[in-house]
Ligand binder design. Structure first.
Ligand SMILES: *Cc1c(COP(=O)(O)O)cnc(C)c1O
Length: 482
């Protein structure tokens, strides 16, 4: 068991000596020692601290260790140059209330991120404020509500396909709407007939994820948008899966009115662990007046923040959103260029189809053998015969050095394994992953017990996941009562 840093502490040990304490007018050494002890902070040498954290980091899995194929999460590699740019002192030391003529570069950067997102989707304007995809959804729904109220329309319902991400119904409910589920058809798509059956005057919008969470392109999008617009309802697109469409087709031209991006998925900025992200929201012309404030606007060559607008839904987040994430995304866009971004989605789709092709004999493909987009969904149907479930397969993959894919989602696939390789993986790494998946499928027949008891090589074996969620204990020992 790894010891806590508090348990490794040894009195009067320290990571640095302050040479200046010997000089006149400096902080007395006694004061430093005393405050350290009274605060109860651990006392270790520099090497001990480094070893402690390097060891902890090595217990965890990360994209630098190997393939991280979490479907819908787009766990791709974030180039280091993004971090370098975000770390430039001109960005990282900015005060959000600095006078606008001193921060022209930062305002220009935000303005240009908006321009790029508009260009890629055909939307008219974008707000960069939301801190995550889910907050982007919430913002988008607020915009839809403001639009309808402004027109004197009282709408109460949001239609959501049964394949949707859980945040869609959650955001709708949080926004005060009732949610109505729309079933997908036998080939995993939204059906025009099913939508028209439930579409009435109370419907404010339909939330579509395209490509959907089965990794399939919603082919009826244009017809569905038309149907909605006839009833004064809007089409919201959850753009978290934009990695499949980027540079290929513009969602606004398919009839999408509101769209959220996940910069921390598509635009190569860090995510995971609840860290800062960015979920910008794009809108068409008719929803522009309701966008949150402040907004970056350009007058001649001067960038400024617009803080007043009659119809705005107001502010969604402190200051201007997670600015550091925007710098990373901007760096990524500029480094890739338009052609590069186009190539990203082509390679992401190619990689997923390659995996589908390599694994389709070993694993069940629940939605026929149609070309997929950026991710492919298998199920555990074939392995169930040997009493092996999706969870067992996922755990066994860890022994092969891979992060498991997303499991048991989307909910409409029983025992789903949702694999998204992303474009940043080489063919060699993808082949290694497929070889491991095929080896596991064989093991399910030859040695199911081994799969069932996996993982065998990780620092922590199988945990009781229900107990872990219900009886959350964040330390195994209270350091202050030591
Ligand atoms: C990731 C994701 C979200 C939520 O985004 P967060 O940034 O985690 O809030 C919503 N919808 C889909 C389809 C997603 O994949």
């Amino acid at each position: 068991m790894t010891k806590l840093i508090f348990e490794k502490s040894s009195e009067h040990r320290s990571a640095c000596d302050f040479p200046f304490v010997k000089e006149k007018n400096s902080i007395p050494k006694s004061l430093l020692k005393e405050s350290n002890t009274s605060l109860g902070l651990p006392e270790l040498s520099e090497l001990e601290i480094i070893r402690h954290y390097v060891h902890l980091a090595s217990l965890n899995f990360n994209i630098e260790k190997g393939l991280y194929p979490l479907g819908s999460c787009t766990m791709k590699y974030n180039p280091r140059i993004n971090e370098d740019m975000a770390g430039l002192s001109g960005f990282s030391n900015l005060h959000p209330y600095a006078p606008q003529d001193l921060v022209q570069g930062a305002l220009k950067l935000m303005y240009e991120v908006e321009q790029w997102l508009c260009e890629l989707t055909g939307m008219s304007a974008v707000t960069l404020q939301p801190a995550a995809g889910a907050q982007g959804e919430f913002t988008g729904l607020k915009l839809i509500r403001a639009y309808h109220l402004d027109k004197g329309l009282k709408k109460t319902k949001i239609l959501i396909p049964d394949s949707a991400h859980g945040t869609n119904p959650a955001s709708s409910t949080l926004c005060g709407y009732d949610v109505q589920k729309v079933p997908s058809n036998s080939i995993g798509l939204l059906d025009i007939e099913q939508v028209s059956k439930v579409l009435d005057d109370d419907v404010a919008a339909l939330m579509m994820t395209n490509p959907n969470t089965l990794g399939l392109f919603e082919e009826n999008i244009v017809a569905i948008a038309k149907l909605l617009h006839q009833k004064n309802a809007l089409l919201y697109c959850d753009g978290a899966n934009f990695n499949a469409l980027m540079g290929q087709a513009k969602l606004a031209e398919m009839g999408v009115d509101v769209l959220q991006f996940n910069l921390h998925k598509t635009f190569s900025t860090p995510h995971g662990g609840g860290g800062p992200g960015a979920g910008p929201v794009g809108v068409t012309e008719k929803l522009k007046p309701y966008l949150p404030l402040p907004r970056v606007i350009k007058e001649k060559d001067f960038y400024k923040l617009e803080t007043q607008s009659q119809k705005s839904i107001g502010r969604l987040k402190g200051f201007y959103g997670n600015f550091g994430v925007l710098v990373r995304a901007y760096t990524y866009m500029r480094a890739m260029g338009q052609e590069g971004l186009k190539k990203v989605s082509q390679m992401a789709v190619l990689n997923a189809n390659y995996i589908k092709h390599r694994l389709k004999d070993a694993y069940d493909l629940p939605y026929n053998d149609r070309p997929c987009m950026h991710e492919v969904i298998f199920s555990d149907k074939k392995q169930l015969k040997h009493s092996i479930k999706t969870l067992d397969i996922a755990k066994r993959l860890m022994d092969f050095g891979f992060h498991p894919p997303t499991v048991y989602f989307p909910l409409i696939v029983s025992g789903a394994l949702m694999i998204e390789p992303t474009e940043t993986e080489s063919k060699e790494e993808i082949d290694r992953f497929c070889d491991a998946m095929i080896a596991i499928a064989k093991e399910c027949e030859s040695n199911p017990q081994k799969v069932h008891e996996a993982p065998h090589t990780t620092p922590v074996r199988r945990v009781d996941e229900v107990k872990a969620a219900r009886n959350l204990i964040l330390t195994y020992q209270n350091p202050t009562t030591r």
